[in-house]
Ligand binder design. Sequence first.
Ligand code: SF4
Length: 302
Amino acid sequence: MRGLTISAMEPAVIPLKSPAPRDPRKAERERAKLNKRLRRLVGQAIADYGMIEEGDRVMVCLSGGKDSYTLLDILRQLQRKAPVRFELVAVHLDQKQPGYDPTILPRYLEAEGMPFLILEQDTYSVVKRVVPAGKTMCGLCSRLRRGALYACAEREGFTKIALGHHADDILETFFLNLFFHGRMAAMPPKLRSDDGKHIVIRPLAYCRERDIARYAAERGFPILPCHLCGSQEGLERQVVKRMLAEWDRRHPGRVENILRALGEVRPSQLLDRRLFDFGALRAFSAAPPDAAAWLGGSADRA
Ligand code: SF4
């Protein structure tokens, strides 16, 4: 399946800034340490959530951003030593954005000897037509992209769909839901798609974005910008991103603690009656008075 285009202006690649020159041996040690940390965290997430099983055909969604390149790279490293055998195929969707260079990804993947598929679908025109000028297009764009990728997974028989969302994405989503939608929900590391046909996994769930950015810069991935369309993140997400960056700067460890807390939920210490049966709680053997009794008599007093 190597180098297959299924169904495109000026070349556009963002060279990630290389870190400043350092002592080469020290730099090499740091690189190896970072690589090892990312490998360990990805391996841990895969094991914790049962993300990859024997015989899986894993479709790695490669947008051309730092996150998806890193995901693919680390998964390939783990594949060589994993206790189970699984297949990896990189899948990229050419959304027909202005300025997109269709040669960059195939060139990289061929040089890496990586099996891949390139899908073509003009989601850009659809988004431009539907979303009013000045509004962020990312919501609809992501939904259309998801549709195209799910359809490909079904057609090609992939058993898992791997996405490059990382710990910062998970936390941003958590705070967006908390601050602006009044619910406690983040981004799950593993989920079944709404139509029940696909299992989506996020092996970078434990990895911080700053580590991924550093790794991508060190590895020199040929990054494709995700703003060729001119769209920008919503204001609310920018607010949350700034808040997390500020916490990282002023309170080291806080963000990691919150991430850990998402895996340490105590339903009995929260207020959600669907998760914990507070009504069934009994002291000794006495039954609690019902609502009518609390209201001072019969239930129809109200
Ligand atoms: S920045 Fe552009 S390409 Fe990226 S998700 Fe948003 S609308 Fe889509």
